[in-house]
Design a protein around this ligand. Structure first.
Ligand SMILES: C[S@@+](CC[C@H](N)C(=O)[O-])C[C@H]1O[C@@H](n2cnc3c(N)ncnc32)[C@H](O)[C@@H]1O
Length: 268
């Protein structure tokens, strides 16, 4: 298996079969070290969460260098603009929009905040501190996206780019269900999720000395989950990354004739 340090970014392994669950060489090699550092070789959720939070605290500046519009993954400000274009065009000015795993707010939150009332949520203190400076017109919460709760029908769009796969897989389906309920009927969900099955812990992205954790299913499985929840899939497209591999872009809608969620004012 390729060492992730050869890659510009992350764990993306393209379209592997659902049954292929990779165990990174780095994890095997560093298992003893990891168990000493993290306290448990099976890396339970509280440990992976701390790994992800501390990792993003360290990676923020490398991933989004100040002033850059082209990023180490090969993506650009402009590409995010293309992904967001349908909601920028369709939704009314001032519409409430949520960015889950917003990072430092650049570029997605910043683009959205030109037109909408945006709430950004991120686990990393550094990412949120930068986001508050870089996108002063948006509101931010330093929270775990698996724990945040909003009343049903709170948002006309939810976006989440390259973030949900940092949660353990068993927490992802319940989160996707909550996202559906947070949307108004007709609302959009635009997300980058995994394209191939992968689960692992690894170290050394972007030349850093940082641990990171990923867990995701393949694009077909995500699509099945999303449709089961009730989303209509408007777009599912593979997004390649610099180096090799890539992830899956989904543009989804909650049907406009879906009944508003019950208990409207209770946070879910
Ligand atoms: C790859 S970055 C993507 C940032 C931004 N969405 C973008 O595309 O530029 C992933 C972000 O997800 C955040 N994240 C990971 N796990 C999270 C969690 N459980 N709750 C909230 N944010 C999380 C990380 O802190 C990090 O800022």
């Amino acid at each position: 298996m390729a060492d992730r340090r050869d890659r510009s970014f992350g764990h993306c392994r393209g379209r592997t079969k659902a049954a292929e669950i990779a165990t990174p060489k780095a994890l095997l090699m560093n298992r003893k070290k990891l168990s000493t550092r993290m306290g448990d070789p099976e890396t339970p959720p509280r440990v992976t969460r701390a790994m992800v939070r501390d990792g993003w605290n360290q990676l923020s500046m490398l991933y989004r260098p100040p002033g850059a519009t082209r990023f180490p993954t090969g993506h650009t400000d402009r590409l995010y603009g293309v992904w967001l274009a349908p909601i920028m065009k369709e939704l009314p000015k001032g519409a409430p929009v949520l960015d889950l795993g917003c990072g430092c707010g650049v570029p997605a939150t910043r683009i959205l905040a030109r037109r909408f009332q945006v709430t950004g949520v991120d686990l990393s203190d550094v990412q949120i501190a930068r986001a508050r400076e870089l996108v002063p017109s948006a509101r931010f919460r330093r929270s775990d996206m698996s724990r945040v709760r909003f009343p049903p029908g709170s948002f006309q769009a939810v976006v989440s780019f390259y973030a949900i796969f940092h949660l353990p897989l068993k927490e992802q389906y319940p989160l996707l269900k909550r996202i559906y309920r947070w949307l108004t009927p007709g609302g959009y969900f635009v997300a980058i999720l995994g394209a191939g099955r992968y689960k692992g812990v690894d170290k050394g992205w972007l030349g850093s000395d940082t641990w990171m954790y990923w867990d995701h299913v393949d694009a077909d499985t995500y699509q099945r989950w999303l449709e089961k929840i009730g989303f209509v899939v408007e777009l599912s497209a593979f997004v390649p990354e610099k180096g090799s591999g890539g992830h899956q872009l989904f543009r989804l809608r909650r049907p406009s004739d879906s009944s508003p969620s019950p208990r409207r004012h209770r946070e879910q």
